[in-house]
Ligand binder design. Structure first.
Ligand SMILES: [Mg+2]
Length: 190
């Protein structure tokens, strides 16, 4: 029987289009490494301006300018031979929770377009990632990785670099910097 895997989308398989849309809205050139926290809304300005931004954001395809992370697609395809892959991604947006339907749609269409080998019946859209039991989880947010999972791989990202090695150890997590490292770990314990 294949082992079960939960794998996140944003900042693990792709860089989503969010920052590009922020830059388009503000006329700026921010890059992910300019930020240390996951939520970057502060850079937009006042709450009024943030509200204005989300009205703009909701008119865009959040994944039109998403960029696949190097090797992600190929590694997942290879790993799918040994692992039962469940794509697990949060879709409810902070601040506009009840208007998130469009993000569910944009995300699902992106997955079907870019990762056609994924089973659409094994796609989980939830912000409650800690309720699952799995053999492996790959995610970039530590608070999403507190469930009953044997191998927890934290994908290195702009907002998680402050997490110390001690803290990772405490949570039984391994930081991975790319998909080559993930494959090396997971093919050994398949
Ligand atoms: Mg993510």
């Amino acid at each position: 029987m294949k082992k079960t895997m939960l794998v996140d989308l944003d900042y693990v398989i792709c860089h989503p289009g969010f920052l590009k849309i922020v830059n388009d809205f503000l006329g700026t050139n921010y890059v992910e490494d300019d930020f240390e926290e996951y939520i970057i809304d502060g850079v937009i300005g006042s709450q009024e301006k943030i509200n204005e931004f989300y009205e703009y954001y909701l008119l865009q395809d959040g994944y039109k300018d998403a960029v696949l992370i190097e090797g992600a697609k190929e590694a997942l395809e290879r790993l799918s031979e040994y692992y039962d892959i469940h794509l697990c991604s949060a879709c409810v947006m902070f601040g506009v929770e009840r208007r998130s339907a469009k993000l569910f749609k944009d995300k699902f269409e992106y997955l079907m377009r870019e990762l056609p080998f994924l089973d659409p019946e094994k796609i989980i859209f939830t912000n409650s990632k800690n309720i699952f039991k799995a053999d492996v989880q790959i995610d970039d947010r530590l608070p999403n990785m507190l469930g009953d999972v044997k191998i927890k791989l934290l994908f290195d990202a702009y907002h998680n670099r402050k997490i110390s090695d001690e803290e990772l150890k405490e949570h039984n997590m391994i930081r991975v910097k790319n998909w080559k490292e993930i494959e090396d770990i997971l093919l050994k314990s398949k």
